[in-house]
Design a protein around this ligand. Structure first.
Ligand SMILES: *[C@@H]1O[C@H](CO)[C@@H](O)[C@H](O)[C@H]1NC(C)=O
Ligand SMILES: *[C@@H]1O[C@H](CO)[C@@H](O)[C@H](O)[C@H]1NC(C)=O
Ligand SMILES: *[C@@H]1O[C@H](CO)[C@@H](O)[C@H](O)[C@H]1NC(C)=O
Ligand SMILES: *[C@@H]1O[C@H](CO)[C@@H](O)[C@H](O)[C@H]1NC(C)=O
Ligand SMILES: *[C@@H]1O[C@H](CO)[C@@H](O)[C@H](O)[C@H]1NC(C)=O
Ligand SMILES: [Zn+2]
Length: 321
C-alpha cells in the first residue's frame, strides 16, 4: 500500500495532470509557461500533441450540447479526511495532494471503471473577468478547479496516460460573490506558505474533496479532450459541473500573489481550442443514488409521483381484463 502511494505520488509529481513541476530536469529545452515567449502558442514546438485535433479546454455552447441521461456518478471516499495533505507551488499552479488509507475515487456517469484521485489544482487570470480554461457560451469564470484522476485498471497514473480513457478531470467553476466562502478560506490561507515556485507546505487542517465540490453534482457537461498543459495528451474524459461555487474577490486575488519562475503567477489558463466536431453532452438525469449529502441528491418528487401514477395505471389496466 505504502509503495503504491509512494509510486503514485512520484508519478503525480512527474506528470501531475500535465502540470509538470519546475524542478524536473528539462530535457526538451525551455519550460512551458503562460508568457509571450513560452505561452500556449509555443507549446506545440516542443510537445507535438499540443497541436492535436481533440484538445482542451473548449468553449461549451449550451445550445449545441446533447442532453443525455447518464447513470449516476459515484464518489467514493470524497467525505473521508486524508491522513496527510500537501500543497505545492510547482511554478505553473498550486496543487493539493493527499495520502489516504483508501484513495478517493469516482465511477459512474460517462466513466467505464473506477478512477483514483491523483491531485487537484487551479487555473486563474489577471483579473476577475478571465481565468477559467473552459468557457460556457464564451463566458469565462475567474477561477477553475481541476481534480485529476486516473483509471484504476491501468495501475499507475503514468500508465493510464497511454490510454484514451486513462484520465478523468472533474472541473469546477467559480463566480465572485460579496462574502467569503468559509470552506475555501482553508485553501486560501495556505497560499502565502507556497508563494515561491517549488515550495511545499503540509496541511494541519485536512480538507475533504467533497467540501470543495458544488452541492449539485448531477448536472454536468462531459466531453473527450486533453490535458490543458504540456504534454497535452488526449486521454481525458472531462466532467464539468454546471453549478459554480462562490468566492469573494479577495479569495481569488490571493492566487495571483503566487510566483512562478518568471515573476507573479498572474494567469495560468490555456485559451479554448477548436471543438473539431466533438460531441459535448449535458447530463440531465437525476442523481438517484441517495448519497447523504444535502438536498440535491434527494429523489425528485415529480419523478416519484410519475412512477406511482404509472404503476396505478398499469394496475388498473390489468384489473380491467
Ligand atoms: C504521504 O506520506 C508520506 C510518508 O508519511 C510523506 O512523506 C508524504 O509527504 C505524504 N504526502 C502527502 C501528499 O501528504
Ligand atoms: C482583464 O484582463 C484582460 C486581459 O489582460 C483584459 O483584456 C481585460 O480588459 C481586463 N478586464 C478588466 C475588467 O480589467
Ligand atoms: C462564442 O464565440 C464564437 C467565436 O467568436 C462564436 O462563433 C459563437 O457564436 C459565440 N457563442 C455565443 C453563445 O455567443
Ligand atoms: C498498463 O495497463 C495495462 C492495461 O490494464 C496493463 O496490461 C499493463 O500491465 C499496465 N502496465 C503497467 C506498467 O502497469
Ligand atoms: C468519449 O469516448 C468514448 C470512447 O473512448 C465514447 O464511448 C464516448 O461516447 C465519448 N464521449 C463523448 C461525449 O463523445
Ligand atoms: Zn488543470
Amino acid at each position: 500500500m505504502k509503495l503504491v502511494v509512494a509510486a503514485n505520488l512520484l508519478l503525480a509529481l512527474l506528470l501531475s495532470g500535465g502540470c509538470l513541476p519546475a524542478w524536473t530536469s528539462d530535457t526538451k529545452g525551455h519550460m512551458f509557461g503562460y508568457d509571450d515567449h513560452n505561452g500556449p502558442s509555443h507549446w506545440a514546438e516542443e510537445y507535438e500533441t499540443c497541436a492535436g485535433k481533440f484538445q482542451s479546454p473548449i468553449d461549451i455552447e449550451e445550445h449545441l450540447v446533447t442532453q443525455v441521461r447518464l447513470p449516476p456518478l459515484h464518489f467514493h471516499g470524497f467525505q473521508s479526511e486524508p491522513i496527510s495533505s500537501t500543497v505545492t507551488n510547482n511554478g505553473h499552479t498550486v496543487m493539493l495532494q493527499m495520502n489516504m488509507s483508501k484513495m478517493a475515487s469516482v465511477s459512474g456517469g460517462p466513466l467505464k471503471g473506477n478512477y483514483l484521485f491523483t491531485q487537484l489544482h487551479f487555473h486563474w487570470g489577471y483579473n476577475d473577468s478571465v481565468g477559467s480554461e473552459d468557457t460556457i457560451n464564451n463566458h469565462t469564470f475567474p477561477l477553475e478547479l481541476h481534480i485529476v484522476m486516473y483509471k484504476e485498471n491501468y495501475g499507475t497514473f503514468e500508465n493510464a496516460t497511454h490510454y484514451k480513457d486513462g484520465l478523468t478531470v472533474l472541473a469546477v467553476f467559480y463566480e465572485i460573490y460579496e462574502t467569503e466562502n468559509q470552506v475555501y478560506s482553508e485553501i486560501v490561507q495556505l497560499l502565502p506558505f507556497v508563494t515561491m515556485p517549488n515550495s511545499q507546505h503540509q496541511l494541519k487542517k485536512l480538507i475533504t474533496l467533497d467540501s470543495l465540490l458544488p452541492m449539485t453534482k448531477h448536472l454536468y457537461f462531459t466531453y473527450n479532450g486533453s490535458l490543458t498543459t504540456p504534454p497535452c495528451l488526449e486521454v481525458v474524459t472531462w466532467i464539468e459541473f454546471k453549478q459554480p461555487i462562490l468566492l469573494s474577490h479577495y479569495q481569488v486575488e490571493a492566487f495571483r500573489k503566487l510566483k512562478s519562475r518568471e515573476g507573479l503567477m498572474t494567469h495560468n489558463f490555456r485559451p479554448v481550442q477548436p471543438l473539431s466536431g466533438r460531441p459535448v453532452w449535458f447530463n440531465v438525469a437525476d442523481d438517484m443514488s441517495h448519497e447523504k449529502r444535502g438536498h440535491d441528491s434527494a429523489a425528485n418528487p415529480l419523478e416519484t409521483s410519475y412512477v406511482l401514477v404509472s404503476f396505478f395505471v398499469l394496475l388498473l389496466s390489468v384489473l380491467e381484463r
